[in-house]
Design a protein around this ligand. Structure first.
Ligand code: GLN
Length: 497
């Protein structure tokens, strides 16, 4: 198989080619390793050399990077995986996009990564991200911004921007990301790929460097819906190391639906009007028309509290972050500032030098929101709003099977365009944060182009509806036939299908 042919395969197709003996896991790994190593978009913070990058003291749970001799027999056949920097990977830099964790080599591997490795997906590289997953453009990374393969002057979205751009650019067959308020779905939308945030608790958070623990979820970023199902299938399940993880009821099915007969799709007026760019709305409406042709019953639904989701999120997420990030003190992990006069001075200098501006802003916001005297007025109130938002979804799912919205209000924006105005950056997650607060699964699939750039369609369902959600997304994906793909350097112009 030629290099261009290899790169054009989805993960499922590559696994099938390996099964059929048309491709070896080593050839596949080498093809992607070469591409990842030559990355010009700054997607990667670390790329595997070869199998010898393995951790010095590999444990039973951890399968080292590289294709390995027995991968061909496992379900994922040795199809390499790019992993967001914030997943701990034993002996491999895991820095969460932050200076404060520069050079940190964890002594263990995150459960989600270990499960995928055990299923036969070796680690290809670690991907760039916004620092501690705070951001919507990947411009908050201490290791420089990631560029969008559709237009290198634009952002890939964030915070899983390295993962999304790497998949879109064909630098990896697929990638692992995390989503706290939209960080899988929004970059997937801006890069023209598929991104799925699972039900909260479906995937173990063990070994994920925490941002906001009641919201963080790991999920797939892939070229198509089938790959998302395939990856998720090997990630879900209860983990004794994460008390919030849940036993997944049944197995994630590979999608096969061709039609949407009788499927009720709810369009929330609150998330599909003001603030959404005209070109994005036009693409969204065209996708709804296709859904109707497939037999879907598309109707309006109300999520009356959804417009308050962002305000609640920007109290809750910083509050949790301020607590989670207290552990970075220069003693236990990563960097330590030199020249301090005493312990308190060392803490202060380390945190001042180690954290970027956005992270410092959130720590201050969160600390304030949790301070005695203000706790009830901010944190308590935001929690009550969160409950109302979850109740809205519960009620809506009495009337419809899924809720559909645009994933992001705009297409990919220019680097630097929103960095001076945090609120305009935060608005990127207007349509994705409500689902995060409610803990429900949601997928973004590409639904067309506006200004020559990809637009994402978000479909959300009740807890544990992933298999049905993937089926609906698959039927729409086939009908929409999104065949856009950014120009791929060195691959002879592969496509996304
Ligand atoms: N953009 C949102 C934020 O900055 C969401 C990030 C995420 O999902 N990790 O918090």
């Amino acid at each position: 198989m030629s290099g261009a042919d290899i790169i054009s395969l989805t993960a499922a197709q590559a696994a099938a080619a390996i099964s059929a003996g048309e491709l070896s896991p080593g050839e596949l790994f080498d093809a992607y390793r070469a591409r990842a190593a030559a990355d010009e978009l700054n997607c990667f913070t670390w790329v595997a050399d070869d199998g010898s990058d393995a951790a010095p003291s590999a444990t039973e749970d951890w399968v080292p990077p590289g294709p390995g001799p027995s991968r061909g027999a496992s379900p994922l056949k040795g199809v390499p995986l790019a992993v967001k920097d914030l997943f701990c990977t034993e002996g491999v830099p895991s820095q969460s996009g932050s200076r404060i964790l520069e050079g940190y080599l964890p002594p263990y591997t995150a459960t989600a990564v270990a499960r995928l490795a055990q299923a036969g997906a070796p680690l290809l590289g670690k991907t760039n991200q916004d620092e501690f997953a705070m951001g919507s453009s990947t411009e908050n990374s201490a290791f420089g911004p990631v560029r969008n393969p559709w237009d290198p002057e634009r952002v890939p979205g964030g915070s899983s921007g390295g993962s999304a751009a790497a998949v879109a650019a064909g630098l990896t067959p697929w990638a692992l990301g995390t989503d706290t308020g939209g960080s899988i779905r929004q970059p997937a939308a801006l890069c023209g790929i598929v991104g799925l945030k699972p039900t909260y608790g479906a995937v173990s958070r063990y070994g994920m460097i925490a941002f906001a623990s009641s919201l963080d979820q790991a999920g797939p970023l892939t070229r198509d819906v089938t790959d998302a199902a395939l990856m998720l299938r090997h990630m879900v399940g209860q983990d004794p190391c994460d008390a919030t993880s849940l036993a997944y009821p049944g197995e994630i099915a590979l999608p096969s639906a061709e039609r949407l007969d009788g499927v009720r799709l709810g369009v929330p007026v609150e998330l599909t009007g003001e603030g959404i760019a005209a070109g994005v709305l036009a693409s969204f409406q065209a996708a709804l028309a296709r859904a109707r042709e497939l037999g879907a019953d598309v109707r309006e639904v109300a999520l009356p509290h959804a417009p308050h989701a962002l305000s609640a999120y920007y109290v809750l997420a910083p509050a949790e972050a301020s607590s989670n990030l207290a552990r970075f003190d220069g003693v236990r992990y990563g960097a330590r500032a030199a020249g301090a006069s005493d312990l308190a001075d060392m803490y202060t200098r380390t945190r001042h030098d180690g954290f970027g501006a956005e992270v410092r802003r959130r720590i201050m916001l969160g600390t304030y929101a949790l301070s005695s005297g203000y706790y009830d007025a901010y944190y308590g109130r935001a929690q009550r709003v969160r409950t109302l938002i979850a109740a809205d979804f519960h009620e809506a799912f009495g009337e419809v099977d899924f809720i559909v919205t645009p994933t992001a209000p705009t297409v990919a924006f220019h680097l630097g365009e929103k960095t001076q105005d945090p609120w305009s950056m935060y608005l990127n997650d207007y349509c994705t944060v409500p689902m995060s607060l409610a803990g429900i699964p949601a997928i973004s699939i590409p639904c067309g182009l506006s200004e020559g750039l990809p637009v994402g369609l978000q479909i959300a369902g009740p807890v544990f509806s992933e298999s049905a959600l993937l089926d609906a997304a698959f039927a729409l994906e086939q009908a929409l036939g999104f065949d856009g793909s950014p120009p791929r350097s060195g691959a002879g112009g592969g496509t996304n299908d």
